[in-house]
Design a protein around this ligand. Structure first.
Ligand code: MLT
Length: 404
């Protein structure tokens, strides 16, 4: 008789955004006339930019010709894309990363969920609290988190690093060093960002304690302030202790197209085994590459035209972020984020819990957001709004919230 992976049974409820989607469709069923504005999941609303569309069309035509048709992609991804990434995302920022350390994937969500496979189940993970749920859930599935305590909302074997208004959303170093440290910077969900010195501090801490950092930089293109690192490899020593995960979803609107990459430097090794080689082995075995046409679209993000056009789209979302933030502040809300990230993180009014505020907003304003407690216990009494809606929807939502 087969046996299931019982770790799955430990997971409470469904994935956060699936739970929200279910709640919203139930509401819509009983209130079919409701004009809902969805500022919940961080999904983009702007179309792909012309440079990307041209690249997609060109690549589709190549696939229609027997001389230019492509089958399986190379294990790590096409060189044209890996070289463009190295040049633009790393060399230009003074980071020493080579193309054979870059692994193209179908997105940062898959990579951030899969990367834990490289580590033994007895490793202790540390996460910021609140946290992007994929980091925890994927480790629970692997059997690395112990047991869930409904009362505290915590896993027994996970080290939580609270990020709240009290500490300026800057995680403190755990007293006992964890093995694996997840950092998302700029941060989802709080929309705040650690500066270069703070990230350097984490690199120093990881090196001193023999820990590894999984650095999720999916939102780096939203950085507007100087002093916030676009890559962890801007820090000295990061090549020895940090894996970086990047996405094309948020900077170039690929949420439905799917493309991302992970950097595993050759300098990271444990007991003489290079993690880069392990990840290459895994990639070769379990993944057949992002589609050629999508990798060509990714390359177009780095062309002169493409870079200009995607930057304009990022600008559109940041205009939403600023307007939402300022508008909510004017309306008396306590608001964070929205400066180096497309997320607004507000403190719930009148001591409402995150889910109470979710229901309140859904019922009274027909606006969908994300309850902070869904991201972890320290997210209680906070609420996330995404700036990825259209400007019109963001402003309509703001007006409705102001009237509450
Ligand atoms: C979010 O809303 O947190 C993100 O869209 C989720 C994701 O990128 O997977």
């Amino acid at each position: 008789m087969y046996k299931i992976n019982t770790n799955y049974q430990k997971l409470p409820g469904s994935y956060l955004f699936s739970t929200i989607a279910k709640k919203v469709s139930a509401y819509k069923e009983t209130n079919p006339e409701a004009d809902l504005i969805k500022l919940g999941i961080g999904d983009v609303t702007q179309p792909l930019v012309p440079a990307i569309i041209d690249a997609l069309h060109g690549a589709v035509d190549e696939m229609a010709d027997k001389d230019t048709f492509r089958g399986y992609a190379p294990d790590l991804g096409y060189e044209f894309l890996r070289n463009a990434i190295v040049e633009n995302d790393y060399k230009k920022r003074g980071c020493d990363i080579s193309a054979d350390e870059v692994f193209i994937s179908d997105g940062a969500k898959s990579d951030s969920g899969n990367i834990q496979e490289l580590f033994g189940t007895d490793n202790i993970i540390a996460v910021c609290d609140p946290v992007y749920p994929v980091y925890i859930d994927s480790n629970v599935m692997a059997g690395r988190c112990g047991n869930y305590d409904e009362k505290t909302g915590k896993w027994s074997d996970v080290v939580y690093m609270p990020c709240t208004r009290e500490n300026g959303f800057v995680p403190e170093y755990p007293a006992k060093a964890p093995d694996i440290i997840y950092l998302c910077n700029p941060n989802n969900p709080t929309g705040t960002a650690l500066n270069l010195d703070e990230v350097q501090g984490w690199v120093d801490y990881a090196r001193k304690n023999g820990s590894i950092i999984i650095y999720d930089a999916a939102y780096e293109s939203y950085i507007t302030e100087p002093g916030i690192p676009h890559s962890i490899y801007q820090c000295e020593g990061a090549r020895e202790c940090a894996i970086e995960i990047r996405s094309f979803s948020k900077n170039a609107g690929f949420t439905g197209v799917r493309l991302g990459f992970t950097v595993v430097p050759k300098d990271i090794a444990a007991g003489g085994v290079r993690l880069r080689d392990m990840w290459a082995r895994r990639h070769g075995t379990k993944f057949n590459g992002a589609p050629y046409i999508v990798q060509r679209a990714g390359e177009a993000v780095y062309s002169a035209e493409g870079a200009k056009q995607v930057a304009e789209e990022v600008g559109i979302y940041m205009k939403n972020a600023h307007a939402l933030k300022d508008g909510l502040k004017d309306a008396g809300y306590e608001v964070y984020g929205g400066v180096n990230a497309p997320y607004i993180w507000l403190h719930t009014p009148d001591d409402m819990t995150s889910w109470e505020f979710f229901d309140f907003l859904l019922e009274k304003a027909n606006v969908v957001g994300t309850p902070g407690s869904g991201f972890g216990p320290s997210g209680e009494h906070y609420f996330r709004l995404t700036a990825f809606g259209t400007y019109e929807d963001s402003m309509r939502a703001l007006e409705r919230i102001k009237k509450l």
